[in-house]
Design a protein around this ligand. Sequence first.
Ligand code: ADP
Length: 261
Amino acid sequence: MPTDTLPTPEQSPSAPSGELIRLEQVTKRFGDHTVLDRLDFSVDAGRHVTLIGPSGSGKTTILRLLMTLTKPDEGTITVAGRRLFPAPEKQVREVRKQIGMVFQQFNLFPNMSVLRNITEAPVTVLGMAKDEAEERARDLLELVGLADKRDARPTQLSGGQQQRVAIARALAMRPKVLLLDEVTSALDPELVAGVLDVLRDIARSTDITMLCVTHEMNFARDISDQVLMFDSGRVIESGPPEQIFGEPENDRTREFLSAVL
Ligand code: ADP
């Protein structure tokens, strides 16, 4: 892939490694329900980390906290050395720009063309020149295999194509980290492979940091260099995919995997 389509210069192979995301003692409650209880959690730059575990264990909540779609009750969140929570609103907006997210439901702007869906935020939020944003959008559409769909409306695309546009749209903001929340769950089975192929390509050809929540164990095995098994708001086991899927040590991990594989 040409270097000008890499998400950011910081993700070049010479990028400094080290911790990119850190949650410290994060507690999140919904009413009486404590979903995360003093969670410590970190992701190193350039890593492709997948969160697996039973439904309701708090995986999506972690992504939503990082995206500032919800706030912790206690604790701190730091991204690339800067505080995301607690932090003044202006700083939150700055730090938040380093994070891109792709949702289960693609959430594209239905009244805009594919190209405009991708250029809108770089132009309005980053202040990028329209020409530059369009050039980059074309590169990204090439990357996700949709170069011929730039003028289409989202409703004219299949779910898999819409999700690939959503991936391009997230990358257009040049995030340091890409959060992927069950990105294939809403897709018809025959459309899943195309989306996973694109993500695999991005994982291999860039060193953007990825934090994924998925039920697709093959995808987790394939794309991740670290798998975290979550249960009741805690990481109960972590390791490279060959270890977690091949020789899980924790009984809960074994039970979970035998139920889903
Ligand atoms: P997972 O991604 O592991 O399935 P979630 O992070 O989505 O888990 O949810 C963890 C728990 O928090 C679940 O019990 C869920 O019902 C609850 N929860 C998540 N979001 C909300 C919300 N906005 N209001 C109330 N409860 C919520």
